[in-house]
Design a protein around this ligand. Structure first.
Ligand SMILES: [Zn+2]
Ligand SMILES: [Zn+2]
Length: 411
């Protein structure tokens, strides 16, 4: 087999984990970095690259800029066009990127010589269209007295000026409303599911006063954010209520500091629980709807509703497996056990789950997030085994070639 190639830039790459029956594939590309892409997105990308040669530079830079804390940047059919159409940064921004990258690389040894990666991958890091543009950036930075770069030996040395005078700092002050590059805000991305750095693409704030003197108020700040990881757009809304003022004493100066802890909302709600990849294989519509609403409640942090939903889904599952709909939970579990569908151990686990659901339904018990996720683990493992795995094994049975019948030859 020949070496695999990067679907973005065509470089030879190391293949990482493949999942979802080959639909998702991880690549470790010397130019684009590490990322994961679906087969569909790779095919779409291929078509876009044939139409416009700049697509490689754009997509490669976009993937490089995805900052992921605990997983590889993920490209699928929903964000591939976003990556491809994202224009390359302006040259001032490219130079700033080069400086930022070099500073991070130099660390404390601010004026030491740092070694550069291939110019190809440096182009992707800073957002230049090609290697020749990177070399031009080198010359520009040198003429500004920011560094000295040697493309032949692939090294660069920052000058003191690079540490004192950020490029374009004055320009930014002069025009605060400059395009979309208004700043960065952290937020909970609904897609890649975590606290992420995001670009602020729009913002608005208003103060609502509740009394004539304006002593009681709420400050609402709306941010339209674009995740720097997966480029998903979402809305963050922070509310700060005057009544939530907290007073602290600065230990150094002795001054009183007023802080107001904000209340934060997101739209769409952050995903607290990823739907299992087999979820669509559940055939019973009612069961599917119950689980969908349960996941929605989990994402909205409505834990009491989610716990009740989990119990109701279990109830539906037990009826589908042959328990009598008129029976109570305990009787239904017993039926499943008698039918040998669940083990003793599973029965005990499901009893805990139904007890928890009942406590929420009848006594408004609000589980912790961890408890709720454990309940979901329980119902998911049952659903998977009963409604997905068995079907899959059954259909596999008919596809596995039978053992050839061996003729007995008489001696
Ligand atoms: Zn690549
Ligand atoms: Zn994201």
């Amino acid at each position: 087999m020949s070496e695999p190639n990067c679907p973005i830039c065509g470089s030879e790459v190391d293949e990482g984990r493949s999942s979802d029956y080959g639909e998702r594939q991880q690549y470790d590309c010397p130019r684009c970095g590490q990322y994961e892409i679906t087969a569909t997105a790779a095919a779409m990308l291929h078509a876009r690259i044939n139409q416009d040669p700049l697509v490689v530079a754009r997509a490669s830079h976009a993937v490089r800029s995805m900052i992921m804390t605990n997983q590889w940047p993920f490209i699928d059919s929903t964000n591939v066009d976003e990556l491809v159409n994202e224009p390359l940064p302006a040259i001032q921004h490219q130079l700033q990127n080069l400086l930022d990258w070099s500073k991070a690389k130099a660390g404390e040894a601010q004026l030491s010589q740092i070694s550069l990666p291939t110019l190809d991958s440096l182009a992707s890091i800073v957002g230049a269209s090609d290697v020749a543009s990177v070399v031009q950036l080198f010359r520009w930075g040198e003429s500004e007295g920011l560094f000295e770069a040697n493309e032949k030996d692939r090294n660069l040395r920052l000058a003191p000026a690079a540490w004192s005078d950020p490029v374009g700092a004055q320009d930014k002050k002069a025009e605060p409303m400059a395009d979309q590059d208004e700043g960065i805000e952290r937020g909970h991305c609904p897609k890649c599911g975590g606290d992420r750095e995001a670009d602020i693409v729009g913002d608005f704030s208003e103060t609502i006063k509740f009394d004539k003197q304006g002593l009681v108020w709420v400050l609402k700040e709306y941010f339209i954010l674009k995740c720097r990881g997966c480029r998903t757009t979402f809305v963050k809304l922070t509310h700060r209520y005057s009544e939530d003022e907290d007073y602290d004493i600065d230990p150094a100066t002795g001054e009183t500091i007023i802080t107001i802890e904000p209340y934060i909302e997101y739209w769409p709600s952050p995903i607290r629980r990823e739907r299992p990849i087999w979820f669509h294989k559940i055939k019973d519509q009612q069961l599917k709807e119950l689980m969908t609403e349960t996941y929605d409640a989990v994402d909205g942090d409505q834990r009491i509703l989610a716990a009740i939903g989990t119990r109701t889904a279990l109830d539906r599952a037990m009826v589908l497996l042959g328990a009598d709909g008129g029976d109570n939970f305990a009787q239904k579990l017993k039926t499943l056990k008698t039918k040998d569908l669940i083990s003793d151990q599973e029965k005990r686990a499901l009893e805990v789950l139904t007890d928890a659901g009942s406590a929420s339904a009848h006594r408004s018990w609000r589980p912790t997030e961890a408890q709720l996720l454990t309940m979901l683990d329980g119902i998911e493992s049952l659903l998977y085994r009963m409604f997905v795995l068995d079907d899959a094994l059954e259909s596999m049975k008919s596809e596995v070639p039978k053992r050839p019948h061996r003729e007995r030859t008489p001696k």
